[in-house]
Design a protein around this ligand. Structure first.
Ligand code: NAP
Length: 256
């Protein structure tokens, strides 16, 4: 008996088995969910291969969150596998590492910033809107952030995008709440993934976590983050929306 028994979950943003989305799909399956995963472009074939490493091989959908045609086609693509969705995981971000990350904040060019904001923040609304016809009361949307209440070394414009994501989640909580749909985020500490490796100077964040997180922090262990996402997808947070749950070893609560 799992906490997602009978639930149908779409996890958007799985490329490698190092993706947080992969760990989330695994824990969701272990907890009884029927899981669909998605990715886009050239990496879709990698995702299809990686999907075989999950406990149950899930359906893999193509979804570029910036492509209106993909978003419009999503409900029918989902209905080929399940008759609706109880949960949606947004595990998606992109910012050009050469221009937007690694200490180049003052030089970040607008077209790249616009792309980062669209893929990493606006897309939460786009995905929620696309999935809404598939969802009903008790539905849950969960995204992933990196605490955007402060400025970090190296994170630069992705930090601004995450601030947008966090605000977007609160507005979705407002506008989807009357339909009984929750929207929450998990603020994870630094985890070794493809996206993280692309951030120049990410090691500095990792070492800060090692020094300050009172519970300690293992940047190779995605399971605590995945478990929190799954908990928020479940019926165990029925009255929680617009919330950000920190899964960071307690780092955010320390002054020094
Ligand atoms: P990841 O494995 O690289 O996952 C990011 C995913 O976003 C990839 O599957 C990527 O696909 C996908 N993506 C990028 N642009 C897209 C688009 N236009 N349409 C659809 N999908 C797109 O890295 P991750 O670390 O697991 O990231 C997942 C989430 O966790 C992100 O929101 C990230 O910011 C957040 N997060 C990560 C950390 C960390 O330390 N790793 C900490 C806190 C929060 P491609 O690989 O094909 O580009």
């Amino acid at each position: 008996m799992g906490i997602l028994d009978g639930k149908r979950i779409l996890v958007a943003g799985v490329t490698m088995d190092s993706s947080i989305g992969f760990a989330t799909a695994r824990v969701a399956q272990e907890q009884g969910a029927t899981v669909l995963i998605s990715n886009f472009g050239r990496a879709l074939n990698i995702t299809k291969r990686i999907a075989k490493r999950l406990p149950v091989e899930p359906a893999v959908l193509e979804l570029d969150v910036t492509d209106e045609a993909h978003l419009a086609a999503l409900p029918d693509a989902v209905r080929e596998h399940v008759d609706g969705l109880d949960g949606v995981v947004h595990s998606i971000a992109y910012g050009n590492p050469a221009t937007l990350l690694g200490g180049n904040f003052m030089e970040g060019p607008w077209p790249d910033v616009a792309q980062a904001l669209q893929v990493s923040a606006y897309s939460l609304k786009a995905l929620a809107q696309a999935c809404k016809p598939l969802m009903g009361p008790g539905g849950s949307i969960v995204g992933l952030t990196f605490d955007a209440t402060v400025a970090w070394p190296a994170y630069d414009w992705m930090g601004v995008a995450k601030a947008g994501l966090e605000s977007c989640s609160r507005y979705l909580a407002r506008d989807l709440g009357p339909d009984g749909i929750r929207c929450n985020l998990v603020a994870a500490g630094p985890l070794k993934t493809l996206a993280a490796k692309a951030i120049p100077g990410f090691e500095d964040l990792e070492s800060a976590w090692k020094d300050r997180a009172p519970l300690g922090w293992d940047e190779s262990d995605h399971t605590p983050t995945a478990k929190a996402v799954v908990a928020l997808l479940s019926d165990f947070f029925p009255a929680t929306s617009g919330e950000i749950v920190h899964v960071d070893g307690g780092f955010h609560a320390m002054g020094m």
